[in-house]
Design a protein around this ligand. Structure first.
Ligand code: PLP
Length: 391
């Protein structure tokens, strides 16, 4: 085979994707992440970002990043276990453990890497993994890795606790893991964590929770979904949270018992074999954690904007899913109609992405409206008025 045949086969596949109207493209922002994005010189209201508290543009966090870089340099130089674990990383771990209530925490450069470290490492050969069907792609990839390592993997229908219990009861695997998003990233709904925790206790399973969209937003002081449900930082829970969404910076953490965290540190390949994030990121995240903990006013603003959006769209023929979180999906159904609606909003200087299969189930193409504490009342009013006119 020669190189041109290889690239030609890719080109043919790309043409199929384009013909199906499923080509993805990136918009280049000429402005920082914030309530307004500048694209091709045009200002649009940004309902696409996961910056739920508006901290991505926070000047104190940016200052902590800049000061951190001046003090600690640009890079970490190595993986955490070699020589890349600097004092700001260590301090951030301690702060995250204290904030989440767990004994220990590890930090990662991305949530994707964090998820790849947890499930495949805890689920050795002969283990059984039980995962919600709507889990994030990174959890699905983690599950596939666990499978490649010899674990049995099972997917249960979305939030179907009864179906999950049947699967758990039928399994005689010595190690069981229940793996779920806490807030589902395309639906905005919550996993029934108290029921999942009760099942984990009854069947002596790990409960692995991905709180990418709950951390910073839900619970007292923004401690996340576990705190929202008043659940304990139990040793069988391993909590993952991302730090590039509400926290406004980048990276992720995994928190758990001292033993579970030490095990991941010793054996988690996507922790061990990657360069530690720049220490300045940890400096910025320490400041972000302080802002999250003191961010009740931001969370109150976010909740007020969410209420305004839901009230404003109540009479529409298109329906919002019943989401209590910053992710507000407006179900359109047809792929082309969802894209057309997103484009019509863009014409009105409103950026609301259309999400289509395979990211969401067939027939449920939607607009994914991300609300932020940075949005003003007038921003939400502009969006609801446009949707009333178009939908
Ligand atoms: C965004 C996201 C991740 C990945 O986190 P990154 O830090 O962006 O790699 C993992 N899980 C869920 C549910 C997410 O929404």
């Amino acid at each position: 085979m020669n190189a041109s045949r290889l690239t030609e086969s890719l080109a043919a596949e790309l043409q199929d994707i384009a013909a199906a109207g499923l080509s993805r493209r990136r918009r280049v922002l000429e402005s920082p992440c914030g309530r307004i994005a500048t694209v091709d010189g045009k200002n649009v209201l940004n309902f696409a970002a996961n910056d739920y508290l508006g901290l991505a543009g926070n000047s104190q966090i940016a200052r902590a990043l800049a000061d951190g870089a001046l003090q600690w340099g640009a890079g970490s130089g190595a993986s955490h276990l070699v020589s890349g674990h600097l004092a700001p990383h260590e301090a951030l771990e301690t702060e995250i453990a204290a904030f989440t209530g767990f004994a220990r925490a590890l930090t990662f450069s991305t949530g994707y890497l964090a998820n790849l470290a947890v499930t495949p490492t805890l689920a050795g050969r002969g283990a059984a993994v039980f995962a919600d069907k709507l889990n994030h792609a990174s959890l699905i990839d983690a599950m596939q890795l666990a499978k490649a390592n010899g674990a049995d993997v099972h997917r249960y229908p979305h939030n179907d606790v009864a179906a999950l219990e049947k699967m758990l009861a039928a399994s005689d695997a010595p190690t069981k893991l229940i793996v779920t998003d806490a807030v589902f990233s395309m639906d905005g709904d919550l996993a029934p964590l108290p029921l999942l925790f009760a099942l984990a206790e009854r069947y002596d399973a790990w409960l692995v929770i991905d709180d990418a969209h709950g951390f910073g937003v839900l619970g007292p002081h923004g401690r996340g979904s576990l705190a929202h449900f008043n659940l304990p930082a139990a040793p069988r829970i391993v909590l993952m949270g991302t730090l590039g969404k509400a926290a406004g910076v980048g990276g992720a953490f995994v928190a758990g018992s001292a033993t579970a965290i030490d095990y991941l540190l010793q054996k988690g390949r996507s922790y061990i074999f990657t360069t530690a994030a720049p220490p300045a990121i940890a400096c910025a995240l320490s400041e972000s954690l302080r802002q999250i903990a003191a961010g009740d006013a931001l969370r109150a603003t976010l909740m007020a904007r969410l209420g305004q959006l839901r009230d404003g769209l109540a009479g529409l023929p298109l329906k919002l899913l019943p989401s209590p979180t910053a992710i507000q999906p407006l179900i359109v159904g047809d792929n082309a109609a969802a894209v057309a609606l997103s484009q019509a909003l863009w014409q009105r200087d409103l950026w609301v992405p259309a999400i289509r299969p395979p990211t969401v189930p067939k027939g449920t193409a939607r607009l994914r409206i991300s609300v932020s504490a940075a949005h003003t009342e007038a921003d939400i009013a502009q969006l609801t008025a446009a949707l009333k006119e178009l939908a």
